[in-house]
Every structure is written in C-alpha cells, then in structure tokens.
Design a protein. Structure first.
Length: 215
C-alpha cells in the first residue's frame, strides 16, 4: 500500500467506520437513557415546562445565572473558547475530506484561529489538574486521557489547517479516528447527557415556576 492510498483510506473509509461506530454506540446510549424512569411533577403547575427547559438550555450563555461563572468570570471565557474551538475542530472533520471546496485558505486560517485558544485552554486545564491538590485528588485516569486526547485533536487540527501537508493530514485523521472510537467510553460523552439533564431539570423547575430572579 502506498502512502497516498493509505492516506485516502485514513481520510475517508476509516472516518466512515469510526463515525458509524460512534453513532451506533450513542444510539444505544440514547435508547438506554430514554428508558430510564422520568417522574413528572404531580402538583399543580405554577409555570411552563417549555419555558423552564428553554431557560435551562440557554443558561450556558448567561454567566450571571451560575455561581461558578459569577465568582470566576474568566473561567466562563475559558469555557466558551474551549467549546467553540471544539465545535470548529469537529466541523472540519467533515469539511476537510467531504467538502474540500469550502476550505479555502482564508477559511482554514479562521478555523485555526478559533481552535488555537482551545488548545491553550487545554494546557491550562492539564496544568491545574496536576498542580492543584484538590483537582489532582479527584482526577481519574479518564480525566487525564480525555484532556490529552483533545489536545492531540486540537493540535493536529491547527497544524493541518495551517500547513495541510500529507504528513499532517495523516496524523490528523488518525487522531480523529482514534478520538471517535474512544469518545463513547469517555467523560467527553457529557454532551450526550446535556440534552437529557437540562430538559428534565428545566421542565421540573419550569413547572414549579422557579426561575432565576424569582422565588
């Protein structure tokens, strides 16, 4: 097998295999979650379930609604930069192989600029995990592996966007495939639970008429 054919396999066939694997496992996970008991409020409604759910989902964009964000606003900025970078890095796993015409030089640079802060925040996260005794005590192996995996994902994404050499493309898509195989078993799967938890929590408090700024 030549390098070009190996790169083609890694960039296309392997990505499809990895995506299919992740979709299958997440479908199983979603079905399992949907079968869990979801007890609803039995008392009279004092508000709206829909409004409560919407407020719960949108709370991520309102730092004042969370104590951690109010006390540490810089962490909210870090959170935003990290997740914007992650979203862009995920997006280019599709556009680079399947829609290369969209990835002009200008678009690639913009994407790299958006991902780079996530890479820097990731280094800060790793440092805090290792340097702060309380974080070090509660950190599991998955915490460290997830951070390192994401750092590899961000780093290779930035490099392939800036240089786009065959070597960097090979490294990037190998990391992407490994990432897709690993994610369903890692704490990175929290984004799957996000939809369930915010819907249930928001519905419950919305039904009770409990929203920020009200008692």
């Amino acid at each position: 097998m030549t390098f070009d054919s190996a790169l083609h396999f890694v960039e296309f066939e392997l990505q499809i295999i990895a995506l299919t694997w992740m979709a299958l496992l997440y479908t199983i996970k979603a079905v399992q979650l949907s079968r869990l008991p979801m007890p609803w409020e039995q008392g009279p409604a004092r508000g709206s379930r829909a409004a409560g759910s919407a407020r719960s989902y949108l709370g991520i964009f309102v730092p004042q609604s969370r104590e951690s964000s109010r006390l540490h606003p810089w962490r909210w900025v870090e959170f935003g930069a990290y997740h914007v970078g992650a979203a862009v890095a995920i997006l280019i796993t599709f556009t680079l192989p399947f829609a290369p015409g969209l990835m002009t030089r200008a678009v690639s640079i913009v994407c790299a600029v958006l991902i780079a802060p996530a890479l820097l925040v990731g280094f800060a996260k790793i440092y805090r995990r290792l340097a702060q005794p309380d974080l070090r005590f509660i950190s599991s192996l998955d915490d460290h592996v997830s951070l390192i995996t994401l750092q590899s994902f961000f780093l290779t994404a930035v490099m392939v966007l800036l240089f786009d050499t065959p070597g960097w493309r090979m490294a990037y898509f190998l990391v992407v495939a490994a990432f897709l195989f690993y994610v369903p078993f890692s704490k990175i799967s929290h984004y799957v639970y996000y939809g369930f938890s915010h819907f249930l929590t928001g519905s419950r408090y919305g039904w009770r008429g409990v929203t920020p700024g009200r008692t």
